[in-house]
Design a protein around this ligand. Structure first.
Ligand code: HEM
Length: 490
């Protein structure tokens, strides 16, 4: 007999302020706090025992937020999208359907595929899907090589650069080129910075707590940025339309998609919504993945050496071809292992849309369940020495679709995965072919969990020539990274 949701174990609400009192302590360093809470309470727990009136991530639910760990629950949640609904990327900040003016703009920008469920999600996902087919993206292969080379041509031997920022620029440019056929960085970094500021406000407690459009308030700034983003994306759409050249980019596909009766499949608002979400979801994730890979390589010279040998053997110094990339099995293992150890999207949330039993408890409609790629990937029951970076493990392991979830799985899995898995190895190969990136001594590497997991203070690295033999030495690292991963060799 399943128990009532109120019996789920968890942190006691604090006197007077109740559940709110637990939020700061859990979310100041969520991955570490959730690890400790799981040890204390087991695989299903709440951070406010007995219920709370608000939920954190998915929207306006009525019941509490639960944390649910383990591949068994990943399976239940990810294979039943009719019961476990997805919210928009701005969660509880999503204005309702009747919103007008600036809030209607925010609503449009925040939905994309993330904010759709049921038949409408299936319909739009099916229509968007061909845009990400491998064959279509392979068309952009040369562009990705060119964009990467243009970026790293600017690097000078001996200088220090924030590689996280460099990767942000690079992946934004890749999304702009592949999805819009446009050089989005010709206007400088302004567009990328607007997206960054927007994302920061979208996950900030201050924006959430006071949702009033009054000058000076974060919510007002958030709406200003939404309007700016909307205008920029509209401008790109207009530019793409005006160019009249038959292009295989994603935007052209969205604009030309037809329903069975020949009417346009997407309204203009839907085209803007998908386009904005592709920019938002498509560059921060990939740039964080790349940043964590360069960080891990800098801390594991023996892995770097093996990678160099593979690059020399398979591709030499010319740009890799698609066929050569497929031969690079060690590079592939490095990417897989980094996405396991430091998944750019470490937590996901769903809202219960039909009463359901999970973990021996009855969950009513409106309960939020949060599951964790990070904790799944660090589970010693699934991975031996889970906190260590060992690309070689991929020669022998074969986790299930619910044990390895950097891109999620099933109907809500990442639609941009083929693009990400094409651009990431190209960028790593091009950088490693020319340079050796060494972490600046005593750099503060502290993971920050916002919409994605990023290095909070960036990734300062010194750029050395590839053949500089004195650069293999690992430099000391500060910050909280060592609570996330074990940097000692086994
Ligand atoms: C390393 C890079 C990336 C990672 C780790 C990643 C991860 C993820 C994950 C975990 C989800 C599922 C979220 C959930 O379950 O709530 C997701 C969904 C999604 N991703 Fe990605 N992503 C990456 C790159 C991209 C790119 C390049 C694009 C597009 C240009 C993109 C677009 C999307 C979209 C639209 C969805 C929503 C799919 C749906 O709900 O049907 N992602 N991504």
């Amino acid at each position: 007999m399943a128990k009532d949701i109120k019996e789920i174990p968890g942190l006691e609400p604090k006197p007077i302020i109740g559940w709110v009192g637990n939020v700061g302590s859990v979310f100041s360093d969520p991955m570490v706090s959730l690890t400790n809470l799981r040890e204390k309470f087991g695989d299903v727990f709440s951070i406010s025992r007995g219920g709370n009136p608000h939920i954190f991530f998915s929207g306006k639910g009525k019941h509490q937020t639960l944390f649910v760990f383990g591949s068994k629950y990943n399976h239940q949640i990810m294979s039943d999208a009719e019961t476990f609904y997805s919210g928009s990327i701005v969660g509880a900040l999503l204005p309702d359907e009747t919103a007008t003016g600036r809030q209607a703009i925010l609503r449009r920008l925040s939905i994309g595929l993330f904010g759709l469920n049921g038949n409408e999600h299936r319909r739009q996902r099916r229509l968007v899907m061909p845009a990400f087919h491998k064959q279509r993206l392979e068309f952009y292969y040369q562009d990705i090589v060119r964009i990467t080379d243009e970026k790293i041509d600017q690097w000078k031997i001996g200088e220090q650069r924030d590689i996280w920022r460099e990767m942000m620029d690079l992946t934004l440019q890749v999304v702009g080129q592949c999805l819009f056929g446009l050089n989005v960085l010709k206007e400088g970094r302004a567009f990328g910075e607007t997206i960054q500021k927007w994302i920061k406000l979208a996950v900030s407690a201050e924006t959430l707590l006071l949702q009033a459009d009054i000058p000076g308030l974060p919510y007002h700034r958030f709406l200003n940025l939404s309007t700016q983003l909307d205008e920029t994306v509209r401008g790109m759409i207009a530019e793409n339309r005006a160019s009249k050249i038959e292009k295989p980019d994603v935007l052209s596909l969205l604009m030309s998609s037809k329903n069975e009766d020949g009417t346009p499949a997407f309204t203009d608002d839907e085209v803007i919504s998908h386009s904005a979400i592709f920019f938002i979801a498509g560059h921060e994730t990939s740039s964080n993945a790349l940043s964590w890979i360069f960080f891990l390589l800098s801390q594991h010279p023996q892995v770097m050496k093996k990678l160099r040998l593979e690059i020399d053997r398979v591709i030499g110094s010319a740009p890799p071809t698609i066929a050569q990339l497929k031969e690079m099995t060690y590079l592939d293992a490095i990417v897989k292992e980094s996405l396991r150890l430091m998944p750019p999207a470490p937590l996901s949330a769903r809202l219960v849309a039909k009463p359901v039993e999970l973990g021996g408890y009855n969950l009513p409609i409106g309960t939020e369940v949060t599951f964790s790629a990070f904790h799944t990937h660090h589970d010693p029951a699934i991975y031996e020495n889970p906190h260590q970076f060992i690309p070689e493990r991929w020669e022998t392991i074969n986790p299930t679709a619910y044990e390895y979830i950097p891109f999620s799985t099933g109907i809500r899995s990442c639609i941009g995965m083929p693009l990400a898995l094409m651009e990431i190895p190209i960028i790593i190969a091009r950088v490693v072919q020319r340079f050796h990136l060494q972490l600046t001594p005593n750099a503060n590497i502290t993971p920050h969990i916002g919409l994605t997991m990023s290095p909070k203070y960036g990734l300062p690295m010194i750029i050395h020539a590839k053949d500089d033999k004195h650069t293999d030495e690992v430099k000391h690292v500060k910050g909280t990274i060592q609570s996330y991963i074990d940097l000692k060799p086994i």
